[in-house]
Design a protein around this ligand. Structure first.
Ligand SMILES: CC(C)(COP(=O)(O)OP(=O)(O)OC[C@H]1O[C@@H](n2cnc3c(N)ncnc32)[C@H](O)[C@@H]1OP(=O)(O)O)[C@@H](O)C(=O)NCCC(=O)NCCS
Length: 245
C-alpha cells in the first residue's frame, strides 16, 4: 500500500479502518488501484487532500466516487510587527494557561461546539456523534500535551468559568493553532480577537515569527475573524472522502 497510509487514531475512534491517500494528485489508474487496495485490506473510508488547481485530479476523484467533504483554507500571519494592545479593551474577561479540574466540563462543552463545522459532522456516513467524540479527544490530547504544547483559557472574570480556549504548538519555523473556540453565549464580544492576540504575544515572546491555522471554507465566522486579525490565506485544497462499498 505505497500511497495509502492507514490512520490509527481515526480507525480506533470510528471503529472501522480509515486511510489517507498521500498524494495531492490522482489519476484513473491510481483511483482504481486505491479501490482495489482498500477492498483487499478492509479499509472502509479514504481521505484525499487534492490540489484545488488540478482540474483533472478533481474530476477523476468525483468519477471514482470520491465526495467533497471540505475545502481546507490555511491562513498565515506574520508576527514581525505585532504589538499586543488588545487586552486593555476587554474588562470582563481574563486569560491564563492553567487547566483546573472545574474547567473540564466547560472544555468538554467547548469541544462539542468545535465539532459543528467539522467534515465528520457533515458526512453522514460517519456514525452519529463521531465529530463530537473526535474533538473531545483532541481537547483531552491538547490538555495532556500530546497534540499541543500550550493551552490558554479565557475566563469570565465574575464567574471564573472557562468561556473560550485555544491550544497551540510551536513548530521549528512557525506557530500553529490547533483548537480554538469561544462559547456560544460569549460570541461576538471580541473574545475571539482577545484570545488570538494573547496567543500572538506568546508566540512572539518565544521568537516565533509566523502563525498558521487551518479552517474550513464553510466556517465564515472563523475566516472573518482571522482576516480581521491580519491573517492572509496561504493555501487551499479540496478534501474528499471515498467510502468503499
Ligand atoms: C470563530 C469564533 C472563535 C469567533 O469568536 P468571537 O468571540 O465571536 O469573535 P469576535 O467577537 O472576536 O469577532 C471578531 C470578528 O470575527 C468575525 N465574526 C465573528 N463571529 C462572526 C459571525 N457569526 N459571522 C461573521 N463573522 C463573524 C467578524 O469579522 C468579527 O468582527 P466584527 O465583530 O467587527 O464584525 C467563534 O465563532 C467560534 O468559537 N466558532 C466555533 C468554533 C470555530 O469555528 N473555531 C475556529 C476553528 S478554525
Amino acid at each position: 500500500m505505497t500511497e495509502i497510509q492507514v490512520l490509527d487514531f481515526d480507525t480506533q475512534l470510528f471503529g472501522f479502518k480509515v486511510g489517507k491517500f498521500m498524494d495531492s494528485r490522482i489519476s484513473s489508474e491510481k483511483a482504481a488501484e486505491i479501490i482495489r487496495e482498500c477492498k483487499s485490506n478492509n479499509i472502509k473510508c479514504i481521505y484525499a487532500d487534492l490540489d484545488i488547481n488540478d482540474f483533472v485530479s478533481l474530476g477523476t476523484a468525483v468519477k471514482y466516487g470520491f465526495v467533497i467533504s471540505d475545502i481546507r483554507v490555511i491562513f498565515e500571519k506574520d508576527l514581525t510587527n505585532f504589538e499586543n494592545n488588545y487586552e486593555k479593551k476587554l474588562r470582563d474577561y481574563g486569560i491564563d494557561d492553567i487547566v483546573k479540574d472545574e474547567d473540564l466540563p466547560y472544555l468538554e462543552l467547548l469541544s462539542k461546539e468545535l465539532s459543528l463545522t467539522s467534515r465528520f459532522e457533515f458526512d453522514n456516513n460517519f456514525p452519529k456523534g463521531s465529530a463530537e467524540r473526535l474533538y473531545k479527544l483532541w481537547m483531552v490530547n491538547s490538555i495532556n500535551k500530546r497534540v499541543a504544547d500550550k493551552i490558554f483559557i479565557a475566563r469570565e472574570i465574575k464567574s471564573q468559568n472557562a468561556v473560550g480556549v485555544i491550544t497551540c504548538k510551536k513548530n521549528s519555523d512557525y506557530g500553529e493553532i490547533i483548537l480554538f473556540v469561544v462559547s456560544k453565549e460569549h460570541k461576538g464580544k471580541g473574545l475571539g480577537s482577545f484570545i488570538l492576540n494573547h496567543t500572538f504575544h506568546f508566540f512572539k515572546e518565544n521568537s516565533i515569527k509566523k502563525v498558521r491555522v487551518v479552517t474550513q471554507a464553510r466556517n465564515i465566522p472563523a475566516q472573518r475573524l482571522y482576516q480581521k486579525n491580519g491573517f492572509l490565506t496561504c493555501a487551499t485544497s479540496v478534501l474528499f472522502h471515498l467510502w468503499i462499498k
